[in-house]
Write a protein that binds this ligand. Structure first.
Ligand code: GDP
Ligand code: FO1
Ligand code: CA
Length: 314
């Protein structure tokens, strides 16, 4: 069986860990197409937060409490950067994490593509999945805020904690970007494509905005999406601020309609809804949706594996 997952960082990582557990011992192939809109240059190094979140989680070296970066991290270099007034004082580059960024930036200087770099990063640990960036182009997400200024997504998210009212999310240059090698084939060749319960706007949104990805999804065998909203709330993070900015209500049915049914030119065949949102199912079914009500909490690997099984067999 071939499964391709479109994913952002932490929500994506939790799901993929469950999927890997669900398929353990089989000859299934898992490909994860990862959002690179969160990427940035800082103090001369290239960061790829969503790629790294998935990599670290699958390798079991992630900081589970903080939700980003490496476990057992120290911040000696970051303290020095602050003393130099270099970088962003509100953004921490952990020492172990910096090792990843230095390796990546060195490989970029050597002429490797982001796809080749993801393959190298993924070969250090037996992560059991193929990691693909959505594109090899740098198309960082920018946030247009109320007064019209533009901020890098990380400044809006990390410095302002998404409290500055956003008007739009843009990925300059994405119109001329192409999917990374293997992305289209992974989508069209999969038995099932899963939209992870990731941030619909700034994690899944940029992947779908890469020209060619929606067309590949139109040709996919089957596409299943999982709601990142449970009981009308985001499970963690500030995805509600992103949804509000684009005029989508923070509810599992509104997110489903935002993605749309493939039959109507959208991207989904089936939508997995939380038990807490079961009351939304009848209206969606009336509208022609194939909706399944399932436990959507991924609080441990076992629950995430159960969810993954539900996604790939539905
Ligand atoms: P980020 O890039 O680190 O922000 O992570 P993602 O975009 O991959 O995922 C963020 C989303 O994951 C949030 O909007 C959460 O609502 C969702 N999420 C986190 N944990 C769970 C969970 O246990 N179940 C579900 N259904 N969604 C979750
Ligand atoms: N999030 C924070 O809240 N504060 C930080 O200082 C921070 C540093 C950081 C460094 C590397 C990295 O890969 C991620 C980092 N994050 C940090 C998380 C990140 O900003 C966001 O949560 C994601 O990009 C949203 O998916
Ligand atoms: Ca992200």
């Amino acid at each position: 069986m071939r499964v391709t997952v479109l994913a952002g960082g932490v929500g994506g990582a939790r799901f993929v860990r469950g999927l890997r557990a669900a398929l353990e011992g089989s000859d299934a192939e898992i490909t994860v197409v990862v959002n690179t809109g969160d990427d940035l240059w800082l103090s001369g190094v290239r960061l790829q937060p969503d790629i790294d979140s998935i990599l670290y989680a699958l390798a079991g070296v992630n900081d589970t409490e903080r939700g980003w970066g490496r476990a057992g991290e120290t911040e000696r270099v970051s303290d020095e950067l602050r003393a130099w007034d270099a970088g962003w004082p509100w953004f921490t580059l952990g020492d172990l994490d910096l090792g990843t960024h230095l390796a990546r930036t060195g490989w970029l200087r050597d002429g490797l593509t982001y796809t080749q770099i993801a393959e190298r990063l993924g070969s250090r640990w037996p992560i059991g999945v193929r990691l693909l960036p959505m594109t090899d182009s740098e198309v960082d997400t920018q946030v247009v805020v109320e007064d019209g200024t533009r901020l890098h997504f990380q400044e809006w998210w990390t410095r302002h904690r998404a409290t500055v009212l956003a008007r739009a999310f843009e990925n300059p240059g994405i119109e001329s970007a192409v999917p990374a090698p293997g992305v289209v084939e992974a989508i069209t060749g999969a038995d099932v494509v899963v939209l992870a319960p990731s941030n619909p706007v700034v994690s899944i949104g940029p992947i779908l905005a890469v020209p060619g990805v929606r067309e590949a999804i139109a040709d996919a065998a089957r596409v299943v999406g999982i709601s990142p909203i449970i009981g009308g709330k985001v499970v963690r993070g500030m995805a509600d601020a992103c949804l509000t900015a684009i005029g989508v209500e923070t509810s599992a049915d509104a997110v489903a309609r935002h993605y749309g049914r493939r039959a109507d030119g959208g991207v989904l065949d089936t939508w997995l809804l939380a038990e807490e949102d079961a009351d939304l199912a009848p209206v969606l079914i009336d509208e022609g949706w194939d909706v399944r009500v399932r436990p959507l909490w991924m609080s441990d690997v076992e629950r995430a594996a159960t969810l993954a099984r539900a996604a790939i067999t539905s």
